[in-house]
Design a protein around this ligand. Structure first.
Ligand code: FES
Length: 197
């Protein structure tokens, strides 16, 4: 009698264990599958990102993140572009010879299209995030400030192309990441080829 009961109970327990295992497998698989979605994985690996810049006003800046770093896109006005020449005599690396940028950005505007500046918002001294200081002059930076970026950590200054001024701790210009225009109002940051979009 007890044998019959025991065997029946054993079958019941076996069935219950199998069911629990199956349910557990489903719940365990869900987060695993979610974490391996191509988008999430690609983002984690630093895949290029598409950014809509169609609503970016002249003189304004858009901040996004790529590979865990801030990327700034500034739509420069004709006046801001004019200021670049004013800053040139005071720059450490005006030709971007010792700075990091794609070949297409090795020019005064450091850009594919002069109107749009795309730079990493990371100071090349010790990695603080500089502040946009686009107004010229700005006595909170200096009396003859031509507009640009100011790093409050140790006082490094960059012009409106992210080029570093002489006499500050930062050794080089802000880095320009690879990027490409997908259309008038969309850019791809992280690749300079539209083929990878
Ligand atoms: S981190 Fe920017 S000046 Fe030191």
């Amino acid at each position: 009698m007890s044998d019959v009961v025991d065997q029946g109970r054993r079958r019941l327990l076996t069935a219950a264990t199998a069911l629990t295992g199956a349910v557990g497998a489903v719940f365990a698989a869900a987060p695993f599958l979610a974490s391996w979605k191509p988008n999430a994985r690609a983002k984690a690996l630093g895949a290029p990102i598409e950014i809509d810049i169609s609503k970016l006003e002249p003189g304004a800046m858009l901040k996004v993140e790529w590979r865990g770093k801030p990327v700034w896109i500034v739509r420069r006005t004709p006046e801001m572009l004019h200021q670049l020449a004013r800053a040139t005599p005071f720059l450490l690396d005006p030709g971007s010879e010792a700075s990091v940028q794609p070949a297409f950005a090795k020019n005064d505007a450091r850009a594919l299209k002069p109107e749009f500046l795309v730079v990493l918002g990371v100071c090349t001294h010790l990695g603080c995030s500089p502040l946009p200081k686009f107004e010229a002059p700005d006595v909170t930076v200096s009396a003859d400030w031509p507009g640009g970026f100011y790093c409050p950590c140790h006082g490094s200054k960059f012009d409106l192309s992210g080029r570093v001024f002489k006499g500050v701790p930062a050794p080089s210009n802000l880095t320009v990441p690879p990027y490409a225009f997908l259309s008038e109002g969309r850019i791809l940051v992280g690749s300079d080829s539209t083929q990878s979009a």
